[in-house]
Design a protein around this ligand. Structure first.
Ligand code: HEM
Length: 412
């Protein structure tokens, strides 16, 4: 999308075609897997009360991630929610996640080297020993909330180290990141906007203050190198620099904290699979990817249809907002045998895991997330092999964007 002419064509919300229902956020939130299971065999997409259309089938989700007829949403989504300026709007207007074409490449490219698989693999030993020392910290306490004491801290410490943020700032920037990430969940109402905006201002101010401090004198960390490069090349505006770092902090913390908790909960809920991984650590990567399939921490990727899109005889009108539902696609019975069964030994997962999206926007932090999730599990298996659930099995809430988890009560 470029320019006012295009913008006028993209209204965001369109009337659903005949026979396609519009689902409410309330029913989607109440039982997303159940709703998708019911509709997926009947229709390739359903209407969404707020976000246009939800594409349900794995094949369509995969193809549309890479289809030039659909694009990132730029500022269309906040505009449909009545947000037309301000700190939340800026995250969409100046970030890589919602950008297209050369603008997207310009914003993304300074990060690609830092997050390349080879570089991230070099962090593995440090992440491993940090995870083991976290487990040793809380083990003597008996029962703890594993989200707060462990699965939130592994990604938060790692992203703090990569970006050169002081570890003492973790409680502050993670609290703000979790709050701002709610804007992608479609569950907030107009009454929540002031709180979300306050968190977005505070997070942007925090990054701005860090940047000022880092410019003089520069260190040898990622942030100093990134700033030197950004200053030298002059390709990113000061506001773009801030917003890319905000997106890194959000993407690098909330997603992986939720996934880290859910994989532990799922394995503990299936004790024979926990025992198998504990006996044979070579099963750890398979346990991580199956957990990401069974209960993904990100439920969807947002797009806009530049043109009419025909799926299995039904038409998504041009100009519509679309949610490509990874949550639905990852349980598609056309791809996965017994999709509602958690099975770390399944062999039908695609090599490129769909949870990390596809095409130009495929997750930049995939290699990092995998290392964090694998090492988080390995440290528990090594140091706390008798871990057990002491509270209820947590429910991963949400049907889109970054999903939410409350607590995971365990004892070692
Ligand atoms: C389990 C953990 C993670 C999951 C499930 C996940 C999922 C995703 C998905 C589905 C996308 C594509 C969104 C789209 O196409 O609209 C994405 C993009 C992105 N992710 Fe992740 N992510 C995870 C971890 C991370 C980490 C650790 C980082 C930070 C280092 C990160 C940073 C980003 C960024 C910056 C983008 C935007 C890329 C772009 O637009 O070019 N993510 N992620």
């Amino acid at each position: 999308m470029n320019g006012t002419e295009d913008r006028a064509r993209y209204a965001g919300i369109s009337e659903p075609p005949d026979g396609v229902p519009t689902l409410t956020v309330a029913e989607l939130e109440a039982d997303p897997h159940g709703v998708f299971r019911a509709w997926r065999p009947r229709l390739p997409f359903v209407g969404h009360e707020v976000a246009g259309f939800l594409v349900l089938r794995a094949r369509d989700v995969d193809l549309l991630m890479r289809d030039p007829r659909v694009q990132a949403t730029e500022t269309l989504y906040p505009e449909t929610r009545g947000i037309t300026e301000g700190p939340l709007f800026d995250i969409f207007a100046h970030g890589m996640l919602t950008a297209n074409g050369v603008v997207h490449r310009r914003r993304r490219s300074p990060f690609t080297r830092t997050f390349a698989t080879r570089i991230i693999e070099g962090l593995r030993p440090r992440i491993r020993s940090a995870a083991e020392s976290l487990v040793r910290d809380w083990m003597p306490e008996g029962e703890v909330d594993l989200v707060e004491r462990y699965t939130a801290l592994i990604p938060a410490q790692t992203i703090a180290d990569i970006l050169g943020l002081p570890r003492g700032d973790i409680p502050r920037f993670t609290r703000l990141a979790y709050e701002v990430s709610r804007v992608l969940s479609f569950t907030f109402g107009p009454e929540d906007i002031p709180d979300l905006e306050a968190a977005a201002v505070a997070l942007q101010d925090y990054v701005l203050a860090m940047l000022k401090a880092r410019r003089s004198p520069p260190g040898d960390d990622f942030l100093s190198r990134f700033l030197a490069e950004a200053d030298a090349v002059g390709e990113l505006t000061p506001q773009e620099v801030v917003i890319q770092l905000v997106q890194m902090i959000i993407g690098g913390t909330d997603t992986t904290r939720v996934a880290g908790a859910m994989q532990v909960a799922l394995l503990l809920q299936h004790p024979e699979q926990w025992a198998a991984v504990s006996r044979d650590p070579s099963l750890i990567p398979a346990a991580v990817v199956e957990s990401l399939r069974y209960e993904p921490s990100v439920g969807s990727a947002g797009r806009v249809a530049r043109e009419e899109i025909r799926l299995d005889g039904h038409v998504v009108p041009a100009g519509s907002l679309i949610l490509l539902s990874t949550l639905s696609a990852l349980r598609d019975e056309a791809v996965y045998a017994h999709p509602d069964t958690f099975d770390i030994r399944r062999t039908d997962l695609p090599r490129l895991h769909p949870i990390f999206g596809g095409g130009a926007h495929r997750c930049i932090g995939e290699a990092l997330a995998r290392v964090e999730l694998e090492e988080g599990l390995r440290a528990l298996m090594r140091v706390a092999p008798r871990l057990r659930l002491t509270g209820a099995m947590p429910v991963l809430q949400g049907h889109s964007g970054i999903r939410r988890i409350d607590a995971l009560r365990v004892a070692a």
